[in-house]
Write a protein that binds this ligand. Structure first.
Ligand code: ADP
Ligand code: MG
Length: 263
């Protein structure tokens, strides 16, 4: 359902700061896949999500969603089919607006006008209740007053209230306390499963990367270096992943040193 074809992205091209963040990267994701993505800082994980969302033009390559070439589709059009959550629970909601107002905005389709309707309010209350985060009685509370966990639960609901074709989670539990992080992860699994959403999730938690979903990618230096699924993934331990990481980092360190010596 998602096909990424030889995508390349350079930041600050033709300047001393030039940096290739995605290198000839190709990836195919099947309908219903839940893919976890790990990789060191600066590996290009968030840039991959930005490429999928259309935050910039690519140097080269194509992106297809459900067979449709979206390579040059503007980000706001893509957003109709792609939901995204960030690490910072503040980034997905309008903090001065109430829970109800945020949900109405997320729902679109005239939802904004209908929030005064009792049936609509009840619908949102039911949805909030299902999150099990004590949000159902806070419809009229400004979102800025919620806890980080509550806010991220609301963001998750907002991103999926009209289930997107694709959900992109960029370390969406990393900024939360362990208890809230676990709750949000459970909610994520439930919502993704119930709505059969295809999902990509960046995480720095290797155990989570192996436990959640059905496929794991390891990114480094703008490339996908490992693509684990099936039995290979089942047999993989966190220790195996860590040692793969170390080997990769040592290799790139050696390469950098070679470059320095050659220059
Ligand atoms: N908008 C941008 N402008 C310039 N450089 C960027 C931009 N976004 C990311 N980069 C650079 O691209 C590389 C990959 O970044 P990123 O995708 O955020 O890594 P990750 O999410 O894997 O930690 C980094 O070196 C980062 O500094
Ligand atoms: Mg990132």
């Amino acid at each position: 359902m998602l096909k990424i074809n030889h995508v390349q992205k350079t930041f600050h091209p033709n300047s001393p700061d030039s940096h290739i963040a995605l290198r000839d990267l190709s990836l195919e994701v099947a309908q219903g896949d839940f893919v976890t993505i790990i990789g060191s800082n600066g590996a290009g994980k968030s840039t991959l999500f930005n490429a999928i969302c259309g935050s910039f033009e690519l140097d080269q390559g194509q992106i297809f969603l459900d067979g449709k070439d979206i390579t040059h589709t503007p980000d706001y059009i893509r957003a109709k089919n792609i939901g995204r959550l960030f690490q910072d629970p503040l980034s997905g909601t309008a903090s001065e607006m109430t829970v109800l107002e945020n949900l109405a905005l997320a729902q679109g389709k005239g939802g904004w006008l209908s929030i005064t309707r009792k049936s609509e309010k009840e619908f949102f209350r039911e949805q909030l209740k299902a999150l099990n985060m004590q949000l159902e009685d806070r419809l009229d509370t400004p979102v800025g007053l919620l806890s980080g966990g509550q806010r991220q639960a609301l963001t998750l609901l907002m991103a999926t209230i009209n289930p997107p074709k694709l959900l992109l989670l960029d370390e969406h539990t990393a900024a939360l306390d362990p208890n809230s992080a676990a709750k949000i992860m459970e909610l994520t699994k439930k919502i993704v499963k119930e709505n059969r959403i295809t999902c990509l999730m960046i995480t720095h938690n290797m155990q989570q990367a192996l436990d959640v979903g059905n496929r794991t990618l390891l990114m480094h230096d703008g490339k996908i270096l490992m693509d684990l699924s099936g039995e290979e993934r089942e047999n993989m331990s966190v220790e195996d992943l860590l040692s793969a990481f170390k080997t990769i980092q040592k290799e790139s360190f050696d390469n950098d040193r070679m470059l320095l010596i050659n220059e």
